[in-house]
Write a protein that binds this ligand. Structure first.
Ligand code: FCB
Length: 450
């Protein structure tokens, strides 16, 4: 197969459907000396946190190669590029603008505009300035207001160069992985931290949306959430109940406040010390109208009844088949997720802002035959198409990722790119999965529109 196949009448073959590729600042930029330190620099410098003891100092050297990378993006034929802004690159510690940092992004945005590629900008993809973490980070309510100031500065500097702004990427990961289980920066561990951090992140989102509505009313403004659908391991009532608890804790916790202005019921069952500090009026700030909702999907998980007192569920290891990062390949969960969210909430237009797979790629004679990743994409594009057929209003799809990059706690060991990166030479090579993406978009462009 040389290109992804979709039914000829698929809405995903209409020119309105947006195809893009995604990256994030810390994962690709490098040039860590030209910005303030962030929590991921500190985390990487901590013994035992990153699988290959690596860091983001150089990464894909995108800071120096951005022009070539725009050519690369353009060569794929995509409509859009989702990138994130490094807060510690654009703001000094006193809150004033770092003009060099802003210029770096302004140049990228101008470069994209010149090629007719729409910029989908994520304002926060996990690289919190370290000085804010030293003040409590996302456990400190003040950080939400610092985020508001940062959004104000960035949106004023970027003017009309941006097509879409997302406030946050995956607050679940920032809060749960970063402050509850500690496998991501800043590496805090404690059930009493996760919900508090999550609440301040959601507050930051709401405050950021208010700024966007004022400073940038013509962009598509929203948020990117990740979802890992929770399945019961058996039909037993206690397993179904466990899976529902997990879903509330992992998934619904982040979406329900946006649309219903409240947390899921599990909140009432948490010990007081684990509950967030909710101030009067917080939900009014959080539940701002959204122009779009970004959904990131990779896998699902299965659950049974808890084995320990005080727990709500037992989470099983991933089932097979798995990608190289150990996540189950289960595309039906993507269709199920989209249709179930559509039933539960009054959703704005949806974008799949991330989807993709880590595979153990090998480069031979300048080619990467990643048929496993190609197959993953084919299955998931079909899953998106099925959700559209069932009435979900999906406007676009972004492959994660444009290129192999720093995969957080896994360092450079896991490759998610549709473009291969040789970290010694920084050479980029489009993989078979990337060529198939290009061919699909090309077919869409040449097909008579309905
Ligand atoms: C998501 C992150 C993204 C990338 C993928 C594999 O959770 O948003 O940066 O690491 O996972």
């Amino acid at each position: 197969m040389n290109k992804y196949q979709l039914p000829t009448n698929s809405k995903m073959l209409s020119k309105e459907f947006v195809y893009g590729v995604a990256t994030a600042s810390f994962q690709i930029e490098g040039a860590s000396q030209q910005r303030l330190p962030c929590i991921w620099d500190t985390f990487c410098a901590t013994e035992g946190k990153i699988a290959d003891n690596s860091n983001g100092d150089i990464a894909c050297d995108h800071f120096n190669r951005w022009q070539d990378d725009i050519e690369l993006i353009d060569s794929l034929g995509v409509d859009a590029y989702r990138l994130s802004i490094s807060w510690p690159r654009v703001m000094h510690q006193d809150g004033s603008a770092n003009q060099d940092g802003l210029n770096f992004y302004v140049n990228i945005l101008d470069g994209l505009k010149a090629k007719g590629i729409k910029a989908y900008v994520t304002l926060y993809h996990w690289d919190l300035p370290q000085h804010l973490e030293d003040n409590g980070g996302w456990l400190n309510r003040e950080t939400a207001y610092k985020f508001r100031d940062y959004v104000d500065l960035v949106t004023k500097a970027f003017g009309d160069r941006v097509h879409s702004y997302a406030t946050l990427n995956e607050p679940f990961c920032s809060a749960f992985l970063g402050y509850e289980v500690g496998v991501h920066a800043p590496g805090k561990v404690g059930k009493e931290y996760g919900r508090k951090a999550a609440h301040h992140l959601l507050l930051a989102h709401g405050l950021g949306m208010q700024v966007l509505q004022t400073n940038s009313p013509n962009t598509l403004n929203g948020i990117v959430l990740n979802f890992t659908p929770c399945y019961p391991r058996s039909e037993k009532l206690e397993d179904t109940k466990a899976a529902d608890y997990a879903d509330q804790y992992i998934n619904q916790w982040y979406i329900k406040p946006l649309f219903h202005g409240t947390y899921p019921e599990i909140l009432q069952e948490l010990p007081l010390a684990h509950q967030p500090d909710i101030h009067e009026g917080d939900f009014d700030i959080i539940a701002q109208p959204l122009d779009f909702l970004g959904i990131n999907f990779y896998t699902r998980l299965t659950y049974s009844a808890p084995t320990q007192a005080g727990e709500f569920y037992f989470e099983h290891e991933h089932m097979t088949p798995k990608t190289d990062i150990g996540w189950e390949i289960y595309p039906a969960a993507l269709t199920g997720l989209l249709t179930s969210l559509n039933e539960r909430y009054e959703l704005p237009p949806i974008y799949i802002t991330e989807n993709g797979a880590a595979m153990a790629d090998e480069i031979e004679a300048g080619e990467v035959h990643d048929l496993d990743r190609l197959n993953y994409y084919q299955l998931h594009l079909n899953a998106v198409n099925k959700a559209i057929e069932q009435g979900v209003d999906i406007h676009g799809y972004f492959a994660w990722s444009l290129m192999d990059n720093f995969e957080w706690a896994e360092g450079y060991l896991k490759r998610f790119g549709i473009v291969y990166v040789d970290y010694k030479t920084q050479q980029r090579t489009i993989k078979r999965s990337g060529l198939a993406y290009k061919a699909l978009i090309n077919e869409r462009n040449t097909q008579p529109q309905q």
